[in-house]
Design a protein around this ligand. Structure first.
Ligand code: SF4
Length: 142
């Protein structure tokens, strides 16, 4: 399986350690893929900054390199606020490029969940069970 990852540009300086670790460990959003099958990241790029200019063309470039699914990184969900265009991006990419979109990459770090749990964004994070994972896993991704 080959995938592309698009990250929220607020985290454009992120070297991707949590994402690549969770690919390897099949944790968070990557828990949907079997551990005994190869999982290769063929693209990793920022959204281009609000309102996501790279979302239009990055998926097709990733697909040209074999991407069979596009992951919108966990930063889309845990940012303050969560990306307001997340649902639109999911629909747009699937409709325009005909490729499945998965929300999230690595498990949500514990401190993000605690902060959001005290905010109206709580319900957004709690939608993504694979990303919420367990407290033990969240603490391992601090
Ligand atoms: S909030 Fe959304 S559109 Fe803005 S930088 Fe982050 S992912 Fe991109």
């Amino acid at each position: 399986m080959k995938i592309g990852i698009i990250i929220c540009d607020r985290y454009r300086g992120c070297p991707g350690g949590k994402c690549f670790r969770s690919v390897d460990q099949r944790e968070g959003a990557f828990s949907i893929y079997p551990k005994d099958e190869p999982l290769e990241v063929v693209g990793f790029v920022g959204c281009g900054g609000c309102p996501g200019g790279n979302i239009e063309h990055a998926p097709e470039k990733m697909m040209a390199n074999g991407a069979e699914a596009i992951h919108l990184a966990t930063g889309f969900v845990v940012g303050y606020p969560p990306c307001p265009w997340l649902e639109y991006f999911v629909e747009f990419i699937q409709e325009k490029h005909g490729v499945p979109v998965v929300v999230g990459t690595h498990p949500i770090p514990e401190h993000y969940l605690r902060t959001h749990d005290a905010l109206p964004s709580r319900s957004i994070l709690r939608r993504y069970e694979d990303l919420v994972a367990t407290q033990e896993v969240r603490e391992a991704y601090e």
